[in-house]
Design a protein around this ligand. Structure first.
Ligand SMILES: Nc1ncnc2c1ncn2[C@@H]1O[C@H](COP(=O)(O)OP(=O)(O)OP(=O)(O)O)[C@@H](O)[C@H]1O
Length: 942
């Protein structure tokens, strides 16, 4: 007989910390509907715009007690007593009320105690009980201390657990006391393993012995369904709870009406409960729900699961006991299955061996490529030497300038002729020397400019002409630097001279008023002269700019033709050299490039290697495969200068400022993105990407539903769109993005449902919008942001429910959080914030989860609401945070990691699920780290 799985839904009352209700139950029609979005309130999800409606076999509201629900489930016990198998599943996100429904409490006992009560009232047949949990694909017997990781065996298509305690029970009290023993065992493990209860499934089985066979009632409390991340549903390797993933797959396949290839055997849970799903069992699933708006998506996902499960039909019949011959037949079948599996493994092994040959070919190929690039590397070395020489000279010049100024000042202070503090002669020398020094400074700046002018005004190759366009702003910033240098020198001299004046004023005997006045006149003249210099310099610069513009216009006409020519002329070494020269000069003098935290200098980056580890899903590691890497693995790409991990993809920039991307929606290995040039920074968000080029332009593409692309729409965009100019730094997170412009103004855009943008209006912004705040540093977390204002004060904004805003406040906040902490840098993660102070000490706050805060978990509360210093970390220069793991670089270029390690995202190569306190990784000379959702990248000096 075919019988559809029954689906009940139970919505519990709101808990104390939950926000407004997003769902409403219509009991008469057993329907649940989503409430319309109220723009005045905090309803935060795009989906809340839609009206969802689901109907099930029965819907219970918060008025219904466990006893009422039991009345509707009691039929399952009746079936079992009649000789049929039956099962009751509880499915829902953590804290939705699964355990409350199954076990209940003193006042309101759950379905399991009610079932046991009726069982012994109504049944005279022998009864036995078993109680297991499945945690991380391990079966543990909750009725036997120390009986963990039990094996399973299939007999006649039915899975049995070896050495399971199946305890015969006579009465309700014995049964209840076994249940309590099992719960105690579970609580013991709960204390050992954080989050244990919400990650384990428990199966309580009542076995009723009939004359010819045994019937079973299985009562199953499943792990929290938030472990079932639909994003990841296509790949079990990235899955937190394999059994839940397979359960969902099994339900999907059964709901689609598929008869074969149902993947029961892929997890312990589905293998053990095969009969309950599409097999020989009366089955009811109770889905438990939270009514809160903040759990809207989890509830929606549970309801969708329920809707699919509704379509599954079981085939019910009474199972007869196996005869001896039937048993032998079943065992033979099992043997055959094993043989088939073994043959498949053999084929796989052979394939792997042939892959090894392929690896060898790849190795040879890589060596060949290495020879090809040798010449180029040599050239980079030469230019580096040149650069060092230049730096040395520059330093010397500044030093001698300073010495001479000091000398002049000393001369001025000589109290030789008391009434004539500065003789005419000395004054002349002073002015003369001063002018000479300034001229020297100017000359130096013009040498600088000449390098450009020469290379630009005589364009011999298409590349140079192309570069002209890029160099204009660089030239401008070099000029600005020269002006600043002049101003600083002037300030320095003025202050020394004023000090002398001050001294003399105190001692009237040395200088009379008249001479003092005269003295200041000299300084004043110098001021005026200096202003003149500036004006002239400005004029000169404008002229130069015009000439350059003219030159550029002339050559740009032929640009496309000559670029085509150059593509056909790959061996033009001279051209490569020019390109490299220009590149190096650009790198030396472009002072405005601000990269992430304590970005190392160019010199550190010119020979680098990229190491990757953690989850390989979607190819996010760039290794050419989807496999995960337990320890750092060197990827075949060299000379990178910047790396960025998104949730599911990664990107890098090489020293030629070319962009490479890999991972979700891209290739399995780093691929050059030829449409982009002169890229100086890339920021990968969840599924969107931002890039910044040397002109200060920002482009964005990817998912844009919450405005995170800043391209004036809420649509996704495959094409890069220019969204900003004059920018020096960019950041991207899950659904918001930010930038700092040349005046240090902080811009943000994307989701602002909790003020995470630092903008006053609680709405999504699809255009970059200035916060009006000038900042030194910014960082974006999943739903909050933090920044250091130019005056050094640290601020946080956005969702603070998990303590991530660091100021004892656990609600959302708009920019009113000024923290006491003195930080020079900060990094936001999923729901945590980390701060680095002047000494390189690190502090953390936010939600405790899998060791992500770097403190022993027993020593901190669930929500750490104020920054607390992490022990064992010193002189930290840079930190990156993934979903729940962190990496930090110390001043000796070593890396420390802590937090979630389920996917080997800490690269330790061991099976520790998480690391509570920082531990040193086996990597040397690391200059930048970047953490993705479950993967990590490190840039190391080669
Ligand atoms: N119907 C209900 N009426 C009143 N309180 C409830 C109800 N359902 C759940 N609660 C309360 O909600 C909280 C969470 O419930 P419970 O522990 O059963 O969740 P859970 O889904 O089993 O979570 P986990 O997966 O983490 O074990 C508890 O404090 C419980 O008392």
């Amino acid at each position: 007989m075919n019988e559809a799985i029954k689906i009940f839904v139970r919505m519990r009352p709101p808990l104390q910390n939950e926000d407004e209700e997003a769902w409403k139950i219509q009991k008469e029609s057993n329907t649940i509907i989503s409430l319309p979005r109220d723009p005045q309130t905090t309803r935060r999800y795009a989906d809340a715009f839609y009206n969802y409606q689901f109907t099930f076999d029965k819907i219970f509201s918060n008025e219904d007690k466990n006893e009422d629900i039991y009345k509707h489930c009691k039929q399952l016990l009746n079936y079992t007593l009649q000789g049929f198998n039956s099962s009751l599943f509880l499915y829902g996100q953590t804290t939705s009320g699964k355990t409350y429904t199954m076990l209940g409490d003193q006042e309101n006992p759950g379905l399991l105690p009610y079932t046991l009560l009726d069982l012994f009232k109504e049944c005279q047949l022998p009864i036995a009980i078993s109680y297991i949990e499945i945690y991380n694909e391990q079966i543990n017997d909750l009725l036997q201390q120390g009986a963990t990781n039990l094996k399973m065996q299939d007999i006649n298509g039915q899975a049995f657990v070896n050495q399971l305690r199946i305890q015969q029970v006579e009465n309700f009290d014995d049964a209840l006391s076994l249940l309590c023993d099992g719960e105690e065992q579970r609580m013991y493990r709960e204390r050992q393993i954080h989050e244990h209860s919400s990650r384990s499934h428990t199966i309580f089985q009542i076995l009723v012995q009939h004359e010819s066979h045994t019937s079973t009632l299985s009562l199953i409390d499943l792990a929290g369904s938030e472990r079932l991340n639909e994003e990841d549903a296509s790949d079990e390797t990235a899955y937190i709870n394999k059994s839940l993933f397979v359960l969902s797959n099994v339900i999907n396949k059964l709901a689609e009406g598929k008869k074969s290839h149902i993947p029961y055997r892929d997890s312990k849970l589905t293998r053990y409960l095969q009969n309950s799903l599409g097999g020989n069992s009366y089955t009811t699933i109770i889905c438990t729900l939270s009514p809160a708006s903040m759990n809207f998506y989890q509830t929606l996902s549970t309801l969708r699961f329920a809707q699919r499960a509704k379509k599954v039909e079981n085939k019910i019949y009474k199972q007869e006991s196996l005869s001896k011959s039937g048993l032998i037949e079943a065992l033979q079948k099992e043997l055959n299955d094993i043989k088939i599996e073994r043959d498949q493994l053999k084929i796989q092994l052979q394939q792997q061996q042939s892959n090894n040959n392929f690896d060898q070919i790849i190795d040879v190929f890589i060596q060949y490529i290495a020879l090809q690039v040798h010449d180029k590397q040599k050239f980079i070395e030469d230019t580096n030497i040149l650069k060092d020489v230049y730096n040395q000279q520059h330093k010397q010049l500044i030093q001698s300038l300073y010495n001479q100024i000091m000398q002049i000042c000393q001369d001025c202070n000589l109290p030789k002729g008391l009434n004539n503090p500065m003789s005419n002669q000395t004054q002349k020398v002073f002015v003369q020397q001063f002018k000479e020094l300034i001229n020297k400074q100017l000359q130096e700046e013009s040498i600088f400019n000449n390098v450009y002018v020469q290379s630009i005004l005589n364009p011999q190759s298409d590349f140079q002409s192309y570069q002209t366009q890029q160099l204009m702003p660089i030239l401008e910033s070099a000029f600005q630097e020269a002006m600043n240098a002049l101003q600083n020198k002037l300030n320095e001299i003025t202050s020394v001279v004023q000090n002398i004046g001050e001294l003399s004023y105190q001692n009237q005997k040395i200088f009379d008023d008249k001479s003092l006045k005269k003295y200041f006149e000299i300084v004043n003249n110098e001021y005026n002269w200096m202003k003149q210099c500036k004006l002239q310099l400005n004029e000169q610069f404008n002229k130069k700019t015009q000439v350059l513009q003219q030159a550029f216009n002339n050559v740009s006409k032929n640009l496309n033709d000559s670029r085509l020519n150059s593509q056909n002329n790959n061996n033009n070494k001279q051209q490569q050299q020019q390109q490299q020269q220009l590149q190096n000069i650009t790198n030396i003098i472009n002072p405005n490039i601000r990269q992430s935290t304590n970005t190392p200098k160019f010199t550190e980056r010119d020979k680098t290697a990229l190491f990757v580890w953690g989850s390989g899903k979607d190819g996010r590691l760039g290794t050419g495969s989807l496999a995960s890497q337990p320890i750092p693995y060197k990827v075949q790409i060299q000379n990178l200068q910047y790396i960025s991990c998104g949730y599911y993809h990664s990107a890098a920039i090489n020293i030629e400022q070319q962009l490479f991307i890999w991972g979700k929606n891209y290739d399995l290995t780093p691929q050059k993105q030829p449409q982009f040039n002169n890229i100086i920074q890339v920021a990968c968000g969840c599924q969107h990407t931002l890039i910044l080029d040397s002109l200060g332009q920002v482009f964005s593409w990817g998912i844009g539903d919450e405005g995170q692309l800043g391209n004036e729409s809420y649509f996704n965009s495959d094409e890069p769109v220019k969204i900003l100019d004059n920018i020096i730094y960019i950041e991207a997170s899950r659904s918001h993005s930010a930038a700092i412009n040349k005046d240090n103004l902080f811009y943000s855009w994307g989701s602002n449902i909790d003020y995470r943008l630092g903008l006053e209006e609680k709405k999504n912004y699809n255009i970059p919008t200035s916060t009006g705040i000038q900042v030194n540093k910014i960082s974006l977390g999943t739903n909050h942001s933090a920044f250091i204002r130019q005056d050094g004060i640290v601020f946080t904004t956005g969702n603070g429910q998990q303590g991530q805003l660091g100021n004892k406040i656990n609600s959302e906040c708009y920019l009113n959080l000024q923290l006491d902490i003195k930080a020079v840098d900060l990094v936001c993660g999923e729901d945590i914030t980390l701060f680095i102070n002047n000494n390189g000490d690190v502090f953390s706050c936010g939600k405790k989860s899998n060791g992500n805060l770097g403190h022993l978990m027993s020593t901190i509360p669930a929500f750490l609401q104020q920054p607390k210093q992490i022990e064992g970390l010193q002189k930290i220069k840079q930190i990156s945070v993934g979903k729940r793991h962190c990496l930090a670089i110390s001043s000796n270029k070593q890396v420390w990691g802590w937090g979630f390690n389920f996917f080997d995202q800490l690269g330790l190569g061991d099976k520790n699920r998480f690391i509570e306190q920082p531990i040193k990784l086996d990597l040397q000379d690391v200059i930048q780290v970047s953490c993705g959702e479950y993967h990590s990248l490190a840039l190391c000096q080669n």
